[in-house]
Design a protein around this ligand. Structure first.
Ligand code: AMP
Ligand code: ZN
Ligand code: FE
Ligand code: FE
Length: 280
């Protein structure tokens, strides 16, 4: 049986691996294919595609968009997207600016708590257009202001903690549309993590193509439940490790076993979406 990992982050968002590292790790894990799903970014895709081609690994373009539906944060994965699509790139740039402004606001709140971190230190460490809370956490640890990433999140950065700042998000329907018009397949990421099952029927109605059933943080029971939901709503099944590189000790890439057949179906759907778009 051959396996794929369809949920990976790189240094173009809050992962630590670069394109070469991802291809090398995928080869080490004997994966047949990987997808890069950086938060609000597609910037790493061309380079990762080249690194994967050199390593004999199939590469699938992707992104993970943060959206909000009925007060719930939903992460929407887009697969097989055209990474040059103008509307996608415009919207991504907009949400990257939101992320950068949010970093400044989080640092201001930390400063008000007498934590002497500078926004420049966070941006220098992040060194990417889509910075997030993990970069603030890493900068706090690097400056000796927190002992660990967990401490940084627990004390300051988790939702409703003193340095947490809400983020302006697109709606779930907008995320689906943005991915579809870029020729991609739209999948709800880790539903078990956000406990957002009640939004699934509405998102299916709005055109969502699949759900991520296999994920590092899904229990066996959760995975079975989402496989059942996928079957009931005629959704594609996807999965991946959500590896962020060496952020949290041992890398997660390849630890979630997703059979290749699911990628086969996903690619078939992407071909249908592109064919429909060319008829419009
Ligand atoms: P952001 O997009 O800036 O809201 O940051 C979200 C990212 O932070 C997630 O994708 C995770 O990688 C990470 N994250 C969220 N909560 C925690 C936590 N409690 N501990 C460590 N990392 C976290
Ligand atoms: Zn992340
Ligand atoms: Fe996510
Ligand atoms: Fe992710």
């Amino acid at each position: 049986m051959t396996f794929v990992d369809l949920h990976l982050h790189s240094r173009f968002s809050d992962g630590t691996y670069g394109p070469e590292d991802l291809a090398e790790q995928a080869r080490r894990c004997e994966l047949a294919a990987i997808a890069l799903t950086d938060h609000d970014s597609v910037e790493g895709c061309p380079e990762t595609a080249r690194a994967c081609a050199a390593a004999g690994i199939e590469f699938i373009t992707g992104t993970e968009l943060t959206s909000e539906q009925d007060g719930n944060e939903l992460h929407i994965l887009g697969y097989c997207i055209d990474t040059q699509n103008p509307r996608l790139l415009t919207q991504i740039a907009r949400f990257q600016a939101v992320r950068q402004n949010r970093i400044r606001e989080m640092v201001t709140r930390l400063n008000q708590l007498n934590i002497p971190l500078s926004a420049e230190a966070v941006f220098a460490l992040a060194n990417c257009r889509a910075p997030g809370r993990p970069h603030v956490a890493r900068a706090l640890v690097a400056a000796g202001l927190c002992a660990s990433l967990d401490e940084a999140f627990e004390r300051f950065l988790k939702k409703n903690r003193p340095a947490w700042v809400p983020k302006f998000k697109m709606s779930g329907a907008e995320a689906l549309d943005l991915i579809h018009q870029a020729g991609g397949v739209a999948v709800l990421a880790h539903p078990g993590l956000n406990r957002t099952d009640e939004v699934i029927p509405g998102m299916v109605e709005a055109g969502m193509d699949g759900i991520e059933c296999f994920h590092t943080k899904h229990s066996t029971a959760a995975t079975e439940r989402y496989l059942e939901l996928a079957d009931r709503f005629h959704l594609l099944v996807t999965g991946g490790s959500d590896c962020h590189g060496l952020n949290k000790g041992k890398p997660l890439i390849g630890t979630v076993k997703v059979p290749y057949q699911h990628l086969e179906k996903l690619k078939a759907r992407a071909a249908e979406i592109r064919a429909a778009a060319s008829l419009r």
